[in-house]
Design a binder for this molecule. Sequence first.
Ligand SMILES: [Zn+2]
Length: 480
Amino acid sequence: MSDKDLISQIVEENKDEITKLARDIWDFAELAYNEYRSKDAIMRVLRHKGFRIEEGIADIPTAFLATCSVGSGKPNIGFLAEYDALDGLSQKACEVFETKVEGQNAGHGCGHNLLGAGTVLAAIAVKEFLERKQENGTVMVFGTPAEEGAGSKQFIARAGYFNGVDFIYTWHPSTYNEVSGVGNVAIMGANFHFSGIASHAGSTPELGRSALDAVELMNVGCNYLREHMIDQARIHYAYSNAGGTAPNVVPAHATIKYEVRAPKVSQMQELFARIVNVAKGAALMTDAKMEYEITMAFSDYVANRTLGPVLEEALKEYGAPEWSAEDYNLASSFLSTYNKTTMTNIRDELKMKFSMDNISSLLEKPLHSDVFSYNPYENKYESASTDVGDVSYVAPTANLYMATAGLGTPKHSWQNTAFSASDIGFRAMIRAGEILALASIKTARMPELIKDAKEEVKEKNGGKYICPLPEYVNPPINRY
Ligand SMILES: [Zn+2]
């Protein structure tokens, strides 16, 4: 029996249990750092399969590490499970019009229910494969909550949990099947607090020092800074304390929240330092005092170029999920839920992605039924960020995208929530599990390749992972 067939056989034996797990997590729809029922359901399945579990790692109650050693226990094979939902995206399963599940606000609009369960399937398949073939390895499943919150993987990385991991394969629900060469940008968030002196704004303004003026001047300074930064960088801000509501009082305290993004963590840190200088300048101009605290940070993510081709090989061996006529029908009925502007965007994106002008056949059967090739030198970044970035700065990491939803489905939408509990979503999740398992088995047998993949990480992090979060930042449990 080929490796692929043995993996498929193990997957077949576990398919129903994992589909139920994905559906349960979808029903629980728990928000960042509150995924208690979801992680319990996952841990129950893993424990039953013989995994040893350490709960609450890195001081995050809904994080865990499940391990199972086979034979000599080497190499260490890592998987990342996510299981958090998004607020405001409650939606009934498979319904083709917007309708909330009664009494529920959150929904799996990013498909993390599929992500978590699919990863668990891959881990179980690898463990049982190693046992049946009498090969070696330690399978490690990292339960990583709050990807949609302030993240957890960077805290788990800072605590050293990924240090001994030889390689990690993970995946994310998408509308395409591919190992993407496109990266995710690094991000840092901080609160800037300004303090001045309160005073009567009419009778004694000369005694007052306005913290609100300082904030406004900081924003003006940052808006001028935008001309002199790299194109792919982003600066966003929001007032969290605008200094009160009384115009006749000089505002003594004001706070502004900033988020800075740039392709590489080093570029992001450099830009953040310039923003701190602007804040210092604003404080100097207004005679206010400024303090800032970093609240969140992720490193950038780019697929490990040594692992990418192995994952792609496994993807090509299995191919896209095998869609049924009902799957195509369901996907095409969702296309009718988008307005004209969204449809124009969808058409433009599909033309670019598939390099073709006539996409009418795609829109008739809107499920990706093929796989895209991996281009490790694509060198593009999505302007979104993920905490997988920090994992990739510690251990070789590669990410697979699998079409769990119809072509054109926007991320974080009610349509995506509906797809995440459909046969389309479940079919793609099972396929993702098979592919991750096959890629892991292939890699475990290639110690030279693992060495190269680790060298690549060293080149990227300069020899040692440095967490972009200062020590004083703790996981913001129930504060985010
Ligand atoms: Zn996501």
